[in-house]
Write a protein that binds this ligand. Structure first.
Ligand SMILES: C=CC1=C(C)c2cc3[nH]c(cc4nc(cc5[nH]c(cc1n2)c(C)c5CCC(=O)O)C(CCC(=O)O)=C4C)c(C)c3C=C
Ligand SMILES: [Fe+2]
Ligand SMILES: [Fe+2]
Length: 396
């Protein structure tokens, strides 16, 4: 009789435990074409975590209106940010983060497998969990690349993992990181990004921190996302030494006719230009990788609106992407959330038969949050310092 579970090898008792981390991001189309974008949007917008409209009504709107019109418009926007060689920026940066984190973990002596997956599109969470399991992972940390928890994003990643687990006879031990909106490593990585930008381009009169929006109703139903965004913004401003009148928190990417979190990014930028604030820096702290929403919606559309309204200098500060402080924050989050899960020390593959056994590198079989401070990252970052004066550059 066929089993409802995926086939499993029969393993002898005493198999070694193996630790893995799966970085999960939102997802992106396979190509900047209307048909690929339509496939992606159909999967994304059919998730009832993302759109909470009664299914029969939403199906009619989605298939009758949205999937007929939006793919063509969105594909044209994707085409402006797509790299001929690297493809989707979101996919490229997410892959790089996983690759570098893997190197850093091994460099620090941890035998931890690092993978990445997309909630919608490819590579899927189920496929990547299969791959980690096939490589021997018995303990998997799910690390969504969303610093602020939302039912629309983080919980949807959890759904996909639970759905996969339902198909498995032998489920690996699973842990989830739900939020790190106030994590010192994440805040310092953002601050470092801003400071480096100011050092290279001068400091704008005003810093706009733009987060992806969600419907207001989502917040009113108990989603903690907005308050976590506001806390991230407060901590970042504090780290930068910015007084309240020098920064604004806004929400972008409104979809549909309902009210979303306010203030909206583009009208706020227009209002700043009209109020005579001629130089702005814009950062998107909720996005850990550059993507359509940062490069096109902010870097192109919002820039245009601000300049049209009389603004003079618009500087978009890129996302954390593969910056060393961010990878270090991911490394620390991984170690903290896997504390107590024994890991094997990493030993590089042996090229020739070794004459005598080498002593295993640190750490010992167990690691803990205390041990993580003893492990230096290959490039140890310095704590970002806020600029000594909060004066705008002469460009403003
Ligand atoms: C329909 C409702 C949407 C909700 C709710 C939503 C929440 C949400 N999204 C992100 C992060 C990203 N969204 C991206 C693209 C994107 N988002 C929506 C809609 C909702 N998002 C759409 C329809 C799209 C596709 C583009 C378009 O047609 O406009 C992306 C970029 C993907 C890429 O390929 O570059 C990201 C990242 C968060 C963090 C969030 C809630 C907190
Ligand atoms: Fe979105
Ligand atoms: Fe957008």
């Amino acid at each position: 009789m066929p089993s409802r579970f995926a086939p499993e090898p029969t393993l002898p008792a005493g198999q070694p435990e193996r630790l893995a981390v799966l970085l999960c991001n939102l997802g992106t189309p396979d190509a900047p074409t209307p048909s690929a974008v339509q496939r992606y949007l159909a999967e994304f917008l059919s998730d009832d975590r993302v759109v909470e409209i009664p299914k029969p009504v939403w199906k009619l709107i989605l298939h009758g209106v949205i999937l007929r019109k939006r793919p063509k418009e969105s594909a044209a926007k994707y085409a402006t940010v797509w790299d001929a060689e690297l493809g989707s920026p979101l996919l490229h940066w997410t892959r790089r983060q996983a690759e570098i984190l893997q190197e850093w973990m091994q460099g620090a002596g941890y035998d931890v497998l690092v993978g990445f997956a997309m909630r919608y599109g490819k590579p899927s969470i189920a496929k990547q969990l299969d791959a980690l399991k096939a490589q021997g992972a018995t303990r998997i940390l799910i690390l969504p690349l969303y610093p602020q928890y939302s039912g629309t994003t983080t919980a949807s990643v959890c759904d996909a993992v639970y759905d996969w687990a339902k198909t498995q006879r032998h489920i690996p031990e699973l842990r989830f990181v739900h939020r790190y909106h106030n994590d010192p490593g994440y805040i310092q990585a953002l601050a470092q990004r801003v400071v480096q930008h100011w050092q290279a381009h001068g400091m704008g009169r005003h810093l706009v921190m733009s987060f992806h929006g969600v419907p207001e109703r989502t917040r009113d139903l108990g989603d903690p996302y907005q308050s976590e965004c506001l806390e991230t913004a407060r901590l970042l401003a504090e780290c930068l030494g910015l007084p309240q009148e020098r920064f604004t928190v806004t929400f972008q990417s409104r979809f549909g006719k309902a009210k979303w979190l306010e203030p909206y990014t583009e009208p706020s930028l227009v209002a700043l230009a009209q109020a005579g604030i001629q130089g702005v820096d814009v950062i998107c702290p909720g996005f850990t990788s550059d993507c359509l929403e940062t490069l096109e919606e902010i870097g192109q559309e919002a820039r245009h609106a601000y300049l049209q309204a009389g603004g003079k200098q618009f500087h978009f500060i890129p996302c954390l992407n593969d910056t060393p402080h961010w990878i270090d924050a991911l490394r620390t989050l991984t170690l903290r959330h896997t504390a107590g899960w024994p890991v094997q020390p990493y030993t590089a593959p042996v090229q020739e038969p070794a004459a005598a056994p080498e002593p295993a590198p640190a750490p010992a079989a167990e690691h803990s949050a205390a041990a993580e401070t003893a492990q230096a990252a290959p490039t140890a970052p310095t704590v970002p310092a806020a600029p000594s004066s909060a004066q705008p550059s002469t460009e403003a």
